[in-house]
Design a binder for this molecule. Structure first.
Ligand SMILES: Nc1ncnc2c1ncn2[C@@H]1O[C@H](COP(=O)(O)OP(=O)(O)OP(=O)(O)O)[C@@H](O)[C@H]1O
Ligand SMILES: [Mg+2]
Length: 259
């Protein structure tokens, strides 16, 4: 196994602000790799640079060894990188099933799209139904998405990312705004999805107990740069991380922020 996703010297400036500061990141295939750091550390910007939502000032992004720097998001999705956004991103007036069906149809991977001319509407519906079962929303299929409880909306979002069968899922605070008692269920689902398909998950998450439980590796970002990288045990024990801000992360200091 090797790196499925890599950045080299990846940098993004906004005027005088260096949001992502020469980041070298290596994500091993079939792992759950978390990116943590306080508000404004550059986590979402890093996601934007990798997924092609934003162009880097300089530096490179490699996916399965291929240079995908600056490829627009529709291309990275077709290659197999699925990403969520920090805010819920569904079509609220459509049914749950329609949301997933559109995601299947609009953003299939290249392998899936080559089949597209031969696929019928019912094939898309079948795939969407399969995905809904996977994320535990089968019995909500015909409900208007906007009327789902928040926790189920986040599951739907996960379904929409999963629809084109990505190899990498980049999840930006998937549990944000969820009631505490719903968090373990969603995290279990994310772990199952990762393990079952041999998929790779890159997770941005503020909840430290979640991060320490589910991650294979953790990268700590601070002021745009990488402060530390290692296993959960290594990160918990890292003096520099502790003194820099881990104590603050356990408190309420970083709660509720974000774009
Ligand atoms: N489009 C933009 N224009 C200008 N500055 C930006 C833009 N996007 C992000 N920034 C700035 O870049 C820095 C990193 O922001 P980013 O959203 O990547 O942080 P984050 O780690 O995701 O934080 P949070 O935990 O709050 O989501 C912040 O100082 C932010 O204000
Ligand atoms: Mg963010």
């Amino acid at each position: 196994m090797g790196a499925i996703l890599e950045t080299r010297g990846l940098r993004r400036e906004f005027g005088a602000l260096v949001a992502v500061d020469d980041v070298d990141l290596s994500i091993e295939e079939a792992t759950l790799h978390s990116i943590i750091g306080p508000n404004g550390a550059g986590k979402t910007t890093l996601f934007n640079l990798i997924s092609g939502t934003l162009a880097p000032t300089r530096g490179k992004v490699f996916y399965k060894g291929e240079d995908i720097t600056g490829h627009p998001i529709h291309q990275t999705i077709h290659k197999g990188i699925g990403r969520s956004f920090q805010i819920t991103n569904i079509f609220p007036n459509l049914t749950v099933l329609e949301n997933v069906r559109l995601a299947v149809q609009a953003t299939g991977k290249d392998s899936f799209r080559m089949l597209a001319p031969h696929l019928r509407f019912s094939d898309y519906l079948d795939r969407a139904t399969e995905v809904l079962a996977r994320v535990g929303l089968a019995d909500r299929a015909l409900q208007i998405a906007g009327t789902l409880p928040h926790g189920d909306q986040r599951k739907l979002e996960l379904g929409m990312i999963l629809a084109p069968d990505p190899d990498v899922l980049m999840l930006d605070e998937p549990t944000a705004g969820m009631a505490a008692e719903q968090v373990p269920q969603l995290m279990e689902l994310i772990q199952e999805i990762q393990a079952a398909g041999g998929r790779t998950v890159v997770l941005v998450e503020h909840n430290m107990s979640v991060v320490m439980t589910v991650s294979d590796r953790i990268t700590v970002m601070h002021q745009g740069g990488v402060l530390a990288e290692g296993t959960p045990a290594e990160i918990s024990a890292d003096r520099q991380v502790q003194t820099a801000y881990l104590g603050a992360l356990y408190g309420d200091v970083v709660r509720g922020g974000g774009r």
